[in-house]
Ligand binder design. Structure first.
Ligand code: ARG
Length: 466
């Protein structure tokens, strides 16, 4: 094979890489989306090199102008990506070299190892903010759905058995809490990402007099007081993939929350429940059964959560046995990260769209929540208020339920005489318990489903999401 010199590292090689090896090792096909971050990192690096006198101001300016031009050609789609140049870093540097002679000085005191670590941290800050903003939009759709169903009551479930009455808004606000924690989690991931690794070199820094804090400041790796944040160990900085894993974990958990919300909607929209109808625009029909309206957006939200968990697992496995520091395996960290980002954004958007067209079926909800058995616990509380120990009260109400079941009647269709025989503490007013309005109003403590708390939560979410 003729000597094929690889521009960036070919000096010690007799032959270039095989075509198969090039295809196997290239990452430009997927890491090209890092281009804006790579260019930002290179501009900050060049500015620092000029600041410490390793290049001239003129060289810096030429490099900056050249990088802007390269990025413009990438964003306009005219850039020629070359797999022989492996990755986004070398493609950009090579393109710069053809325009600007000083480009040969850009990689001074830098390695692709600290370069890619920097690009990715910039990416995580951007990606976390983008997902957090999308989660906010989904939360607004939840709030709108809750507002539209403000007076709707439904049974709450445990074990998928009717348990106790709640307002539909209370159920939707449970989803809201889940997403609120996700929103915060992406803020935490962005904060973890907010430390600059540039200057770590390949693994052992550099002998050249660089200014790491200058670069960190230029790239916005600063704390709340504007002080630069830089990594404290050059080996850790190029080997560490914690933030990737934390980002993927935040996406996986968001996916699990979306999946649980989706599952509620799948159940609620079935003929068996029929609590809600989903918007046609997010459902599909059957090619065989003309009557079908399938909740595909919700099913896919459930399905995508498996994929998001898979990406997290890929990253954990990728890193687990690696010796310090950088190993080429780590190039495989990007596809799962990018996939988690893309799919999380998409899922949030689809949930928002599905919720926007959600309508509650008031008659069905009212019928389901009218079952007096849902207030069996309240009946036990009634006895407790009359001094009966809860365990005894629970037992007595159990007997009342059994009697109603034997007679095939509703709980509140039993007579006072019948229940009094079961427990002497049942008063003549025992059936007043079976008033949903009263039952809800009594649930007035923080976090409970009563109307007083609902008003508080509506106010809170309106303010948070304004
Ligand atoms: N494309 C590489 C990656 O994503 C960049 C770092 C390459 N470093 C190296 N020593 N070959 O991991």
């Amino acid at each position: 094979m003729a000597k094929h010199t690889q521009a960036t590292w070919g000096g010690r090689f007799d032959t270039g890489p095989a075509a198969l090896m090039l295809r196997f090792s290239e990452s430009a096909s997927f890491d090209r989306r890092l281009a804006p971050f790579d260019v930002a990192g290179s501009k900050a690096h060049a500015a620092m090199l000029a600041h410490v006198g390793l290049i001239t101001d003129r060289e810096r300016d030429a490099i900056h102008a050249g990088l802007d031009a390269v990025l413009a050609s990438i964003t306009s789609g005219h850039f020629h990506w070359d797999e022989r140049l492996e990755d986004v870093h070398m493609n950009i540097e090579h393109a710069l070299t053809t325009r600007v002679p000083a480009a040969a000085k850009l990689h001074t005191a830098r390695s692709r190892n600290d370069q890619v670590a920097t690009d990715m941290r910039l990416f995580f800050k951007h990606a976390s903010a983008a997902i957090a903003a999308r989660v906010r939009l989904a939360q607004r759709a939840i709030l709108a759905a809750a507002e539209a169903a403000r007076d709707v009551l439904i049974p709450g479930y445990t074990h998928l058995q009717r348990a106790q009455p709640v307002s539909a808004a209370h159920h939707l606000f449970a989803w809201m809490e889940m997403l609120e924690r996700d929103h915060a989690r992406f803020g935490e991931v962005a904060d973890k990402a907010n430390v600059c690794p540039l200057g770590s070199g390949a693994l052992a820094g550099t002998t050249l007099p660089i200014d790491r804090e200058f670069v960190a400041r230029a790239l916005g790796f600063v704390d709340s007081k504007g002080r630069p944040r830089v990594t404290q160990n050059s080996m850790d900085a190029v080997a560490d993939r914690d933030v990737y894993i934390e980002f993927a974990a935040a996406c996986a958990l968001l996916g699990v929350h979306f999946s649980r919300i989706a599952e509620d909607l799948v159940l609620w929209s079935s003929a068996e429940f029929k609590f809600v109808s989903l918007p046609d625009a997010f459902c599909t029909g059957s090619s065989l059964m003309p009557q079908k309206k399938n909740p595909d957006s919700c099913e896919l939200l459930r399905g995508k959560s498996a994929r998001l968990q898979g990406n997290l697992h890929t990253l954990l496995t990728l890193v687990k046995g690696l010796p310090l520091t950088y190993n080429r395996d780590l190039q495989e960290d990007k596809p799962p990260v990018f996939d988690s980002f893309d799919q999380s954004l998409l899922c949030a958007e689809v949930l928002e769209g599905t919720l926007h067209g959600l309508t509650f079926n008031r008659e069905r909800c009212a019928a389901a929540v009218a079952d007096p058995a849902l207030l069996a616990t309240d009946l036990a509380d009634y006895l407790v208020a009359r001094g009966v120990p809860f365990r005894k009260a629970h037992h007595a109400v159990g007997a009342v339920v059994a009697l109603a079941e034997r007679k095939g009647c509703a709980l509140n269709a039993l007579s006072w005489a019948e229940v009094k025989k079961i427990h002497g503490s049942f008063g003549e007013d025992w059936a007043s318990v079976f008033d949903l309005g009263r039952a809800l109003a009594a649930r007035k403590g923080t976090g409970m489903p009563g109307p007083a708390q609902a008003s508080r939560q509506f106010a809170r979410w309106s303010k948070t999401l304004a």
